[in-house]
Ligand binder design. Structure first.
Ligand code: ADP
Length: 398
């Protein structure tokens, strides 16, 4: 089967055409600046050569049309006819409490996704625009929705309830949901397979450390806790998001800066995290490492604060799980930054966790980086959310 995987943001659209037999992406690409001007980056796997097409993309339907044209283009296309696309898998960000697993998208599902849109006002409407555009351009081809929140729906109330009046949960569904679920689920599965753990008797902590970052505690394949909350703002200090803070700061900052709540939220979302902490050096750890090595104290502090917050979450989750068999690192930073992994794991000597410095030099490859006598196995597992979405899609329509 050939599955088109779509990840639709408000002004961008990432895609991969995945062959489910080989599990390889035959083409990958990205539409940028939708509604502004428009640029399509398209890379067929067999040549590896990126094609850039600059053309007006007033909306997502036009963008999807350009993606489909690129896929069948005689020069740089990868299929000869659109009928070769058997199904479309969509990343849907927020499924609220309604969606606990992936679903074939119909009108009822779309209504459900729309109903939880107030919880993800930037993401869900954009995701739905992508679905509608695919329905219009590829009529009759099944669309599957894979939710970022679904894997975390196994959390118990003790983990997902906030300490606020109960009626707000009942009336407004204010609770912790968690995100990056597709990645946590994929990496959990690979960790268990790679280490030969019994999935039904396993305790795993997954650290998804990218621009957005979250940690999850998974017992016997079920999420017990995860660091993101009602929205992806909670938890770790991230590229530009603040993570856990005292809510009083919101009110106090609004007062100090004479700004609206919306403006303060934008600061906490887009100008905070390691970017803000470093005094605006960068949200990218490669730039932060570079600045820190040249003596930039704020960049060094940002790196340390990030590592310390991850360490605290891992410590908390070892307690939540009452032990741990394996800790997995994934996403851009988790897969590529051995110094960060070492810094985080150095606080767990009390559990006899030890990292092999040679193996920890690995970048982006499945590797056991702990020493043979380490008290807990520590692994690097490259995440592959698109493949996970393609697998879910095949499972539902194949
Ligand atoms: P996103 O959440 O945007 O998908 P990523 O998972 O790509 O983010 O992670 C971005 C972070 O990963 C950046 O801070 C970057 O420094 C780091 N990173 C990504 N690739 C590499 C690499 N090859 N070497 C070192 N760091 C990397």
């Amino acid at each position: 089967m050939k599955v088109l995987v779509i990840n639709c943001g408000s002004s961008s659209l990432k895609y991969q055409l995945i062959d489910s037999e080989t599990e390889e992406a035959v083409a990958v690409g990205l539409c940028e600046r939708i509604g502004i001007d428009g640029r399509l980056n398209h890379t067929p796997k067999k040549t590896g050569k990126k094609i850039v097409i600059e053309k007006d993309m007033p909306d997502h339907e036009v963008a999807i049309g350009m993606v489909l044209d690129a896929l069948v283009d005689p020069e740089y296309g990868v299929i000869s006819d659109l009928s070769e696309i058997d199904a479309i898998g969509h990343r849907l960000v927020h499924g609220g409490e309604k969606f606990t697993k992936s679903v074939i998208i119909d009108d009822e599902v779309k209504k459900g996704v729309e109903e939880v849109s107030p919880l993800a006002p930037l993401h869900n409407p954009a995701n739905l625009i992508g679905v509608n555009a695919c329905e219009a351009k590829l009529p009759g081809v099944p669309n599957v929705g894979v939710f970022d929140t679904a894997f975390h729906q196994t959390m118990e109330p003790v983990a997902y309830m906030y300490g606020i009046p109960y009626e707000y949960y009942e009336k407004y569904k204010i609770r912790r949901y968690g995100f990056h679920g597709t990645s946590h689920s994929f990496v959990w599965g690979r960790t268990v397979d790679m280490l030969g753990l019994d999935p039904a008797h396993s305790k795993v902590i997954v650290c998804h450390l990218g621009n957005g970052a979250s940690v999850s505690a998974i017992e016997n394949g079920q999420v017990v806790d995860t660091s993101m909350g009602m929205t992806p703002m909670e938890g770790l200090v991230m590229g530009t998001r603040c993570g856990d803070i005292d809510p009083t700061i919101v009110e106090y900052l609004a007062h100090c800066l004479d700004k609206s709540l919306e403006e303060v939220m934008t600061i906490l979302n887009k100008e905070s995290g390691v970017y803000g902490l470093s005094g605006g050096v960068s949200s990218d750890f490669r730039d932060l490492d570079d600045a820190a090595s040249k003596g930039n104290i704020k960049a060094e502090l940002a790196i340390d604060v990030f590592a310390y917050r991850v360490t605290k979450y891992i410590g908390a989750y070892i307690a939540a799980l009452n032990g741990v068999d394996a800790i997995a690192f994934t996403a851009g930073l988790g897969e590529n930054n051995g110094v960060m992994r070492e810094q985080i794991m150095s606080s767990f000597g009390y559990m006899n966790i030890s990292i092999d410095p040679e193996k920890n030099k690995i970048r982006g490859e499945e590797t056991l980086i702990s020493t043979p006598d380490s008290g807990v196995k520590v692994v690097v597992i490259p995440t592959n959310e698109e493949l996970a979405i393609a697998r879910e899609t095949v499972a539902l329509v194949g």
